[in-house]
Ligand binder design. Sequence first.
Ligand code: F0G
Length: 357
Amino acid sequence: MGMLGGVMERYGSYLPMTSSTPIVTLKEGSTPLVRSRVIGPELGCEALYFKLEGSNPTGSFKDRGMCFAVAKAIEGGAQHIICASTGNTSASAAAYGARYGLSTVVVVPAGEIAIGKLAQAMAYGARILAVNGNFDDALRLVREASEQLELALVNSVNPFRIEGQKTGAFEIVDEIGDAPDFLCIPVGNAGNITAYWRGFNEYKDKTDGRVPRMMGFQAAGAAPIVDGAPVLKPRTIASAIKIGNPASWRYAEEARDESDGMIEAVTDDQIMDAYLRLARQEGIFCEPASAASVAGVLRMPELGVSLAGRTVVCILTGNGLKDPSTAEQRASVELEYVEPDFAQFEAVLRSDPKSSL
Ligand code: F0G
């Protein structure tokens, strides 16, 4: 074979497969683990890595769990899948649904989905229901729908989603050769932190029992786990994690407590600062929710956590192209219009006082 397969092919022996589970794949997983050149050295880390989950086939980490959830839905005879989503889950469900001939219904908070994600659900041909409410309302509706109707629910409350997503932890250990000291991850519905914690635990035989401290970061206006109470009207620029009552809340707290970790808040300003630093100092364009993990690592010294000599992995959950409007609004650069005439063009090129041309 030689070439790496998708999540089910690469890590099937760690997944609850049966002889009748079909392989469902868009060759997801095996995403780049890229070492920081600026932020990590500045923080004094032994190594800071970014795991580029935006390199998955639909541009987010959701594909890892979606392939397996769809495989299990097909195994169970489902013809319809449904999910609630802040955008990425819907894009992923729509893609795998299309590929394997399932009808896909996605339920999103009206007016709150980044345009790239909505474009994906449309292109893949999903049916899109926009709820006049937030993500938590949408999740309530689809849970009830999946109980009443013949629809397979593919949100991360579906245990097979978590199973597939835990493979991100396997890849980190396989690549570094050990568990990192810290795993920094954005927290929305809290499925991903749950999945990584499971993955590191299931891989302990490869790390002499070492597991990372799990550091989860919520947006300050949507930080129910930090506040200790559901947030009725969550607010944040990071629309992917604009969630007030996470389904896997309890498991996220378990991951935090069992790993001696933390779940903390980062403000929208801190998120945008990390978003721009990643793009402009590291060459990595992720979506705002993903930058929460880096906003978090930047806060760790102030939270009393020393990074000196430590190995840290930040999960960058989704691609920056998912949310072009935020890039346009918050990272805009003025275009310089030029005529197709070399003399003028050269004059413009030389006119930048910051360049030595
Ligand atoms: N980052 C991105 C880009 C996301 O899309 C999500 C969740 C998260 C982080 C948080 O992960 O929910 O497992 O804690 N997006 C979901 C969705 C809610 O519908 O696409 P989590």
